[in-house]
Design a binder for this molecule. Structure first.
Ligand code: NOJ
Ligand code: CA
Length: 548
């Protein structure tokens, strides 16, 4: 089994993981110094959010040079050292590859905007205005994800350029073969340095309809959404078929480097949703994120629905991913627990860990998730991300999920000796690595245990997912098992997502099954079960089922 199916992948937001020189910004030397934490956790791969030189309007997702390291994070030598030290510990390293756009400070764009005849003009999308003077307007109604029109006026050359995100992030023209080959060179540069693959940013945006038709308006309640981007259906500005050609070409390159992987971020509206980017399961991306679980409301029915959908959508022989948190969304410890007690929040975070690590597919952990980090409670003046500022306080935005990693209970949480770029979250003293490291009942210990189990259990890794009680309103009960002919243990997961105790009746839970893990550290493991079991409020059990 390839490593990226077997291992858990951990997302590091470089700004926030560990600062090594007191400037308040995380860096590569800091990450290297903390690799043993990841090894003890059982992580087999890390994905670094962008570390390339950047004006940092979008905190690195606005790349101004592709084959170098931003001095805030260190040097190429620091990178090589991180790579070497990670590999020495059996940890693979994925870079973030931002293919849809560059920074407006990238030499390609600087050259493109010099004149309409520039050799690089056609590397980006340009369009003439409709109307003149004060009546001048962009060619269509497309909106940027971060708000406002997706078209920015370039006064010098009197044309608009397209930017799907910030205006400092002009979109590249992927129909231009020169763009494709330039990006291939970038990919090869890092592959030749022995990185183990890429997380592809916003990959479903690289194709658009260049006849520039306007998008239709959204219907129903979406018509009134605060973000203008959500008030339209994205029929023309992303998810176009030619994206698949570009991905097939990229896959051919990657396939020349054994054991490397492409993971795509595709919050797509295509008929197949994100799963369309697996291609036929062998010719496009190895892995695609599915954000529906991350967006699902806490509850057995909503979780079941998205899990089932995803199980059905991923083409065979494709392989699913599972993700609950990342740098763009509220952390799940916070998101699942608005308005509930701290105790309940902890119970839910533990249950989420068990689900994430026992579902079928490669789990992605977001830094700090393993200790139950919550969104930081920030004030407006703390904010750094333009998108978070724009919609504050009506939307939680992204900065709260990006606060520094909590290593210990000192004031700056062991992250920096200086002033952190975002304040350390005022979480309780126990939400840090030092406090949880040797505590057998901590969330960190639970993650370590579950990751170890997943890596060493053939059925948890590779077994089918079977929903055992599809009608149950409050409990999610499923089995992970290999075909009966393979004599290994199977697993049954029974999760009570309600705040009341629940009896689960199921013949398969025979007395020979053993409760291997409860997410409730105080609950007895040897409780009676014979065709039924009593689950505590917001408790999940993992049963080991011996082969027949
Ligand atoms: C998705 C990334 O996850 C997000 O952080 C970024 O702002 C956009 N793509 C634009 O690159
Ligand atoms: Ca630093």
């Amino acid at each position: 089994m390839t490593w990226w199916r077997r291992e858990v992948i951990y997302q590091i937001y470089p700004w926030s993981f560990q600062d090594s020189n007191g400037d308040g910004i995380g860096d590569l030397a800091g990450i290297t110094a903390r690799l043993d934490h990841l090894r003890a956790l059982g992580i087999g791969g890390i994905w670094l959010s962008p570390i390339y030189p950047s004006p940092m309007h979008d905190f690195g997702y606005d790349v101004s040079e592709h084959c170098a390291i931003d001095p805030r994070f260190g040097t190429l030598e620091d990178f090589d050292r991180l790579l070497q030290e990670s590999h020495r510990r059996g940890i693979r390293v994925l870079m973030d590859l931002v293919l849809n756009h560059t920074s407006d400070q990238h030499p390609w764009f600087l050259e493109a905007r010099v004149s309409r005849d520039s050799a690089k003009r056609d590397w980006y999308y340009w369009a003439d205005p409709v109307g003149r003077g004060w009546r001048r307007r962009p060619p269509n109604n497309w909106q940027a994800v971060f708000g406002g029109s997706a078209w920015a006026w370039d006064a010098a050359t009197e044309q608009y350029y397209l930017h799907s995100f910030l205006k400092e992030q002009p979109d590249l023209n992927w129909r231009n073969p020169e763009v494709q080959s330039a990006m291939e060179q970038v990919a090869r540069f890092w592959l030749d340095r022995e990185v183990d693959g890429f997380r592809l940013d916003a990959i479903n945006w690289i194709g658009k309809d260049v006849q520039w038709p306007s998008n239709p308006s959204a219907a129903g309640r979406d018509r009134f959404r605060m973000r203008s981007y959500l008030r339209q259906l994205h029929q023309h500005d992303r998810d176009q078929p030619e994206t698949h050609e570009a991905l097939r070409a990229l896959r051919k390159i990657i396939d020349q480097y054994p054991e490397t992987v492409l993971v795509g971020e595709a919050s797509a509206d295509t008929p197949g949703g994100p799963a369309a980017f697996y291609g036929d399961g062998t010719d496009e991306l190895h892995l695609v994120f599915n954000f529906r679980l991350l967006k699902a409301r806490w509850g057995a029915e909503s979780f079941r629905q998205v899990i089932d959908e995803w199980e059905r959508a991923v083409p065979s022989p494709g392989w699913p991913t599972q993700v609950l948190s990342n740098h763009d969304q509220s952390r799940h410890a916070t998101r699942h627990s608005r308005g509930v007690s701290e105790r309940q929040r902890d119970r839910r975070a533990r249950m989420a860990a068990l689900l994430l690590l026992t579902l079928r597919g490669t789990p992605f952990l977001y830094y700090g998730e393993e200790i139950g980090m919550c969104d930081g409670r920030l004030r407006y003046r703390d904010l750094r991300d333009p998108y978070t500022k724009r919609y504050w306080p009506f939307s939680p935005g992204r900065d709260p999920a990006r606060t520094p990693m909590q290593w210990d209970a000192t004031p700056q949480a062991g992250f920096t000796t200086g002033r952190p770029w975002l304040p350390v979250s005022a979480d309780p003293d126990r939400i840090n690595v030092a406090a949880q490291c040797d505590d057998p009942d901590s969330l960190l210990t639970l993650y370590r245990r579950l990751i170890h189990l997943r890596r060493t259990s053939p059925a948890l890794l590779d077994g089918e997912y079977e929903d055992l009680l599809p009608e149950h309103p409050t409990c999610l009960v499923y089995r992970r098992a290999l075909p009966a002919a393979v004599p290994v243990d199977a697993w049954i997961i029974a999760a009570n997502l309600s705040p009341r105790p629940q009896f689960v009746e199921l013949k398969l839970i025979t007395p020979t099954c053993r409760v291997h893990v409860s997410t409730d550290p105080l609950a007895p493991l040897d409780r009676p079960h014979d065709g039924a079991v009593l689950l505590q409020p917001e408790e999940a059990l993992l049963f080991r089922v011996p082969p027949e």
